[in-house]
Design a protein around this ligand. Structure first.
Ligand code: ARG
Length: 577
């Protein structure tokens, strides 16, 4: 249950009962300051302005009409017409108790599931995955996980770059390695090195370059031998990607791959369709669309090329075909693209043209969730010491290595095996959380010390909070897991309320594709737990057994909430660390 949504419903009903127009929003929000209740209904002021009446008097009418059914212990009007709602501790206790121990923490799947296509990761297969792919991969995966948990039908689409002229050169290079009896897996064990080799070969050797160009034509023409080589290359490159996904605990698999090449056959069909219907036109040998919907300041339409002079197709053409497939074949209600902010214009053109051409109706939501760049300490895009791109696999190895060392220093008693496992979870969790917890649209600075700190808004802090709660249970031994949850102290009340606000964090994250909302929530929950634990002893001598059991149950819902929230972010917890 989403408390904010429930109060919004109730406020809406009360407002309509006193004759407030339906389009005046109730504006329910969590209270910002202590002493003003837990939630506020702020809609009376706006409504009064519209109706030309006194806002405080209108607020009074709303309060009289409010049917809160035991949710609140006190409702008061403050200032010009704010309605402050103090939730009833007994109601909070009953709600917490109802979800305690449930694996979904009482969250039923949505009543009207959507089909959501999530386009993320999408590396270029010609090269090794590098840090530039990390944000799309991590952020997209968290949304795919969340929406799936909420009960939507999620279709992951890994729109990998597996097509284009560079593959001619790579295939020609691979062919030579195979002829020299080198296995493909060996030749391609480092794609970066292989690419450099092929490029050098191409630049230095005209005969090789000629062959490479010839292979591009053959590949496009469907030549079997060339296609087989290309498949081999793709397969190995995808395996590299899958190794990264596995290390990163990212849910993408081979069946989610729907690369650029998959749309080849549709490109001429699509271009013809747009030409036939006058949406595209011939222009100096190319096929272009002029988008009046996206005029610049001078009134010039935005120009989108969909076929080059000479017949070649573009990145945009493929995205248009992908759009048709996603709407027409996959029946998407919502399509979410997790792509770098630098592709914003491209996405906007694709969206605009897709709607204009009728490939996408207004009922389908098209969303480009852009993100900023990962920066180094120098404030420039993250690079190796020598200025090269950082391979994702190497970055992840370093994260695990650093975290394992930290865990070993902190708790050597764990033993080697556990240290390695916890080190892996903490290292990967730290990298992911550092990314997820920042406002998506901003650039962010990559900093090992900050992300691996056990204090502050970090994965290690949250993972450690979870472990601490688990250790309370190990010390507590047997307790009555059916004991009633009773809320007597302010800290208990604040903590129960926080636990009950998970659905608000989930819904907000899902609606706006903002994982940092969930991160902030989890951080506040863990911090709230620490204050509770200080103020409300659990295992100390002299604590009434009923109070102890109630607090243990509350603590266990906190642990479950942390674990569920982190799992949605793709971050693992450990019982010990
Ligand atoms: N392969 C592209 C790149 O590396 C990203 C593809 C994103 N998805 C899409 N549908 N365009 O820039």
């Amino acid at each position: 249950m989403n408390i904010r949504a429930l109060l919004t419903q109730k406020a809406q009903a009360a407002m309509s009962a006193v004759g407030i127009p339906a389009d005046c929003p109730p504006a329910v929000a969590p209270a910002k300051k202590a002493g003003f209740g837990d939630y506020q209904i702020n809609g009376a002021m706006g409504a009064a302005k519209r109706m030309g009446t006194n806002p405080r008097a209108l607020a009074g009418q709303i309060v009289d009409a409010l049917a809160l059914d035991g949710m609140a212990s006190q409702v008061e009007i403050a200032g010009p017409g704010f309605i402050n709602i103090h939730l009833n501790p007994e109601w909070l206790a009953a709600q917490t108790q109802a979800l305690a121990g449930d694996s979904r923490l009482g969250l039923a799947p949505v009543e009207a599931p959507q089909t959501v296509v999530v386009d993320y990761s999408a590396p270029n297969l010609a090269k090794e995955m590098h840090v530039g792919h990390i944000r799309s991969t991590i952020i997209g995966d968290s949304l795919a996980r969340l929406l799936e948990f909420q009960g939507h039908k999620v279709i992951r689409q890994n729109h990998v770059g597996d097509w284009g002229t560079q593959f001619g050169m790579l295939i020609a290079e691979l062919e030579e390695h195979l002829a020299a009896n080198e296995g493909a897996a060996f030749a391609l064990k480092d794609l970066e090195v292989f690419y450099q080799q092929a490029k050098k070969h191409f630049d230095d050797d005209e005969a090789f370059a000629q062959k490479a160009r010839d292979y591009v034509v053959k590949l496009q023409g469907g030549d079997e031998r060339i296609l087989t080589l290309w498949e081999q290359f793709k397969d190995i490159s995808l395996k590299h990607g899958e190794d990264n996904y596995k290390t990163l605990n990212v849910t993408l698999t081979r069946k989610d791959v729907m690369g650029e090449s998959a749309y080849n056959a549709d490109l001429p069909v699509l271009v013809k369709d747009l030409l036939d219907r006058g949406i595209a036109q011939q222009d100096q040998g190319a096929v272009v669309c002029f988008l009046d919907e996206m005029k610049d300041k001078e009134g010039n339409p935005s120009v989108m090329i969909i076929q080059k002079q000479g017949g070649g197709y573009l990145y945009a053409t493929t995205d248009l075909a992908a759009m048709r497939y996603r709407v027409g074949q996959l029946n998407a209600d919502r399509i979410m693209y997790f792509i770098d902010a630098r592709q914003s214009l491209h996405m906007q053109q694709v969206f605009t043209l897709s709607r204009k051409a009728g490939y996408v109706t207004d009922a389908v939501s098209l969303e480009h969730h852009a993100f900023g760049t990962m920066m180094g300490a120098d404030g420039k895009p993250f690079k190796t010491r020598s200025g090269g791109t950082v391979k994702l696999a190497e970055l992840l190895d370093e994260a695990i290595e650093r975290a394992t060392q930290l865990v070993a220093d902190k708790n050597p008693e764990l033993g080697d095996e556990l240290i390695r496992e916890v080190g892996r979870k903490v290292g990967i969790g730290a990298v992911k959380y550092a990314d997820l917890s920042k406002t998506r649209t901003n650039d962010y600075v990559f900093n090992w010390d900050a992300m691996l700190a056990f204090e502050g808004n970090t994965a290690p802090y949250l993972q450690y909070a979870y472990t601490r709660i688990k250790s309370i249970f190990r010390k507590a031994g047997d307790f009555n897991a059916d004991a009633p949850i009773v809320i007597a102290e302010a800290q208990e009340q604040a903590l129960a309320l926080k636990v009950l606000q998970l659905p608000e964090a989930f819904d907000h994250m899902g609606a706006e594709a903002l994982p940092h909302v969930l991160c902030t929530y989890l951080y506040e929950l863990a911090s709230q737990f620490m204050s509770f634990y200080e103020a409300c002893p659990i295992l100390k001598d002299g604590v009434d057994p009923a109070v102890r059991d109630s607090r243990l149950r509350l603590a266990s819902t906190v642990a479950d909430t942390l674990a569920l929230g982190l799992s949605v972010l793709g971050i693992e917890v450990s019982e010990q660390m």
